[in-house]
Design a protein around this ligand. Structure first.
Ligand code: ATP
Ligand code: MG
Length: 192
């Protein structure tokens, strides 16, 4: 399986669809958000650092994230393809991922962009706050995360476009999880 970079705003469904892709295709899954939340739960030094950024809706420094990502990637089972969920989030991270994979003679694979309108995103994240109690799913922090997404992460869509990797699936045209997933599977099947 080719690697997949799943890309989109907070609440766009990166984690939800990644879980379904893992079930269907048996790929590895790296969620940088999950890695950081596990560190917070375990009370490590990295966790304490991460908490300061996450609770403020800010991104962790690129250099730190790039090390974490490379470390996590090198501990994945080889040869089955990996879904990158929540990474890269900046141009610097994307360049680092490209370099890291090239050094290992691995392909970047495909990028799948999930496009969802902000009103829907906000409603989902507020609902997730009730269901999962994530500390960063409160309205004030969500607004900061949207701003960070627009400033630092969304420009990456063009970067992927230039790499010839960009595939877009839009909630406006596929307004259910099942319809979104059908499109996502189509893209994956065509690429493999
Ligand atoms: P969702 O999972 O619903 O798409 P999200 O994208 O905001 O929402 P996570 O990917 O779980 O959530 O990330 C949570 C937080 O962890 C981010 O707001 C950020 O502080 C930190 N984080 C995760 N990945 C990165 C990264 N690649 N670079 C910098 N910070 C990161
Ligand atoms: Mg997530």
């Amino acid at each position: 399986m080719k690697n997949i970079i799943i890309f989109g705003a907070p609440g766009s469904g990166k984690g939800t669809y990644s879980d379904e892709i893992v079930k269907k295709y048996g790929m590895g899954h790296i969620s940088t958000g999950d890695v950081l939340r596990a560190q917070i739960k375990a009370g490590t030094e990295l966790g304490m650092t991460a908490k300061g950024y996450i609770d403020n809706g800010q991104l962790l420094p690129d250099s730190l994230m790039i090390d974490i990502l490379a470390d996590t990637y090198d501990n994945m089972p080889a040869g089955q393809g990996v879904i990158f969920d929540g990474f890269p989030r900046t141009i610097a991270q994307a360049e680092a991922l490209k370099k890291m994979l090239a050094e290992r003679k691995h392909d970047m694979g495909i990028m799948i962009e999930l496009v969802v309108d902000e009103e829907t995103l906000l409603a989902r994240l507020l609902n997730r706050a009730i269901e999962q109690g994530r500390a960063d799913d409160n309205e004030e922090t969500i607004k900061k995360r949207f701003a960070v997404y627009h400033e630092q992460t969304s420009p990456l869509a063009d970067w992927f476009e230039k790499e010839g990797m960009r595939n877009t699936v839009d909630w406006a045209e596929n307004p259910s999880k099942e319809q979104m997933l059908a499109k996502v599977y189509d893209i994956i099947d065509k690429a493999n």
